[in-house]
Design a binder for this molecule. Structure first.
Ligand code: NAD
Length: 520
């Protein structure tokens, strides 16, 4: 795909009046081979504003549809997705290097699940709700959820389909229109998303603007009604600072350093397999990857032996076969190398992997480290690569303290045969999400709101909460019984203060003595 062979939603100079020759461009690479994959427009501020205007013009018509009518359109979008499944998988794999089956499950299936959830359960979350009017018995009160307008969606490269489509379709279900700025590392996936929404009647409800950080910043400044950002904490803070200038609300889905606690009573076979899958799938480039393990010292050695055996069986393959693909983004490979080197300098032992593979593309082998501690970057900063550091602990309390000793709080996991203790530890973890005897996969339960605490983000996707993220709640006070005037209007009736105190005591006193106004 090049500038001369661009899809309809590719916001290029041609659509905004400039000549093709003037259009700044960015180049992206197939990480499996290191070869050039595509050249796409690097959209300017003017192009971003034009896209926002098109989305804004589509808003009144789209938001006026009933939930059922919007659903009918989104079913058509899903059918298009299913018709093009093979093509989409290839687009995702060539942009990210990930395994084909991962593209099917964590990208296509995750999006279909989200659409399915909102088709079945979304309308209920947006229905107006009656609220008790308290002492104002002659009034009735209710709240209703209204679409916000145009949502700016800024997405990362690690799940370029899911993490763009999830906020997009959710915002659309809630009655908004949207402008997507996909990652400059994987823009071809963003353009393929634009094609899914190409439609004679509703083609403008989703606009796609490709480009880098400057294009993203232009979208934040463009007057959108909310920004749904998924990406690193560093950029998330910049987005929030820029959005603060116009008081634009933000949904921030940021990074994680997810802990895994393995108790002595855990099913160690399952825990070891889970730890390896949870840290290595998508080459560890998942915001909810298992990034650190705290295992009870009494089972540490057995757990480590099992992990190493599992890792030895992993097959890395360059054409989407085997188990694990390449990494996606060269600077991320450098972060992984830096974290491993820092850990080794401070005394960690590398049991498997440890150095990038000598072949074209961005390949890092599954790496297991022991002898780690919290002085090391590998236990504190997001590594975002196929690395599993394992630390022995003496008790549940120590495991919980270390798990919570982090600026992040996205996902986490507890592994034990004791359900009660597992739930207690889950309750004690400072995280937006916890899995018991599993990891990552809570995201697949789209009825569960997903998001982070601490520096892992603000707000939630999925569930009723995710849908309401893209609405304003309007509170309305109406009348149950009409009266000529309210008691507290002017002129204030004589003795209203005394009546007020008597009423307060009667209504809120916790015992008969107080209610009757008798002093103790
Ligand atoms: P990133 O922050 O570098 O980029 C994310 C997006 O922000 C890209 O589209 C980029 O072009 C854009 N951007 C860059 N500068 C900007 C600016 N000043 N204003 C507006 N937009 C700007 O993140 P990444 O490297 O693409 O993604 C990896 C990160 O995303 C990791 O930290 C990972 O944990 C996180 N992540 C979080 C979740 C989640 O749901 N919590 C999911 C996936 C990834």
């Amino acid at each position: 795909m090049t500038l001369t062979d661009r899809p309809r939603h590719d916001a290029s100079a041609g659509e905004t009046g400039g000549s093709l020759a003037d259009q700044p461009t960015i180049e992206c690479i197939d990480p499996r081979t290191g070869e050039r994959l595509a050249v796409v427009p690097d959209c300017t501020e003017e192009q971003v504003r034009a896209a926002v205007e098109r989305a804004r013009a589509a808003f009144p018509g789209w938001s006026a549809l009933s939930y059922r009518q919007r659903s009918a359109h989104l079913i058509r979008v899903r059918d298009r997705l299913l018709d093009r499944a093979e093509e989409l998988v290839e687009t995702i794999c060539s942009a990210t290097g990930k395994h084909r089956s991962e593209a099917v499950t964590t990208e296509l299936m995750a999006v279909c699940e989200t659409i399915d959830y909102y088709l079945k359960h979304g309308e209920r979350s947006l229905r107006p709700q009656a609220v008790h009017a308290g002492s104002l018995l002659h009034k009735k009160a209710w709240k209703r959820y209204e679409p916000m307008g145009v949502i700016g969606v800024i997405s990362p490269w690690n799940y370029p389909f899911t993490l763009a489509m999830t906020p997009l379709v959710t915002a659309l279900f809630a009655g908004n229109t949207a402008v997507l700025k996909p990652s400059e590392v994987t823009p071809t996936v963003g353009l393929a998303i634009g094609e899914l929404f190409a439609d004679d009647r509703w083609g403008d409800i989703v606009q796609v603007v490709t480009g880098g950080g400057a294009t993203g910043a232009a979208l934040v400044r463009s007057g959108v009604d909310k920004v749904a950002f998924t990406g690193s904490g560093r950029t998330g803070k910049l987005v929030m600072a820029t959005a603060a200038e116009t008081l634009t609300p933000v949904l921030l889905e940021l990074g994680g350093k997810d802990p895994m606690i393995v108790r002595a009573d855990a099913d160690l076979g399952r825990a070891a397999k889970g730890a390896v899958w949870g840290s290595m799938q998508n080459s560890g480039q998942t915001c909810m990857s298992v990034e650190r393990v705290y295992v009870d010292a009494s089972v540490h050695d057995e757990f480590v032996d099992r992990v190493v055996a599992e890792v030895a069986a992993i097959r890395q393959h360059e054409r989407g076969e085997g188990d694990v693909g390449s990494m996606t983004f060269p600077p991320q490979v450098e972060v992984v190398e830096r974290h491993v080197a820092d850990a080794v300098d401070k005394g960690a032992t590398v049991l498997t992997g440890g150095e990038r593979l000598d072949r074209p593309g961005y390949w890092f082998p599954p790496t297991v480290l022991t002898g780690v501690d919290h002085t090391m970057d590998i236990m504190r900063d997001e590594t975002f690569g196929p690395v599993l550091p394992i630390m022995a602990v003496d008790s549940d309390d120590e495991a919980l303290r270390l798990a919570n000793d982090s600026p992040y709080g996205l996902n986490s996991s507890v592994w034990t045969r004791d359900e009660r203790r597992g739930i207690e530890l889950a309750n004690g973890l400072q995280a937006g999400n916890v899995c018991i005897n599993d990891c990552i996969v809570s995201y697949a339960v789209t009825g569960l709101p997903f998001g982070g605490v601490k520096e892992s983000g603000i707000g939630r996707v999925h569930g009723g909460e995710g849908l309401r993220e893209f609405t304003h709640v309007k509170s309305i006070l109406g009348e149950r019984v009409r009266t000529p005037r309210e008691l507290w209007w002017f002129p204030i009736p004589k003795g209203l203060d005394a009546i007020g105190i008597r009423t307060l005591r009667l209504r809120f006193g916790s015992n008969l003595r107080t209610r009757l106004g008798r002093r103790r």
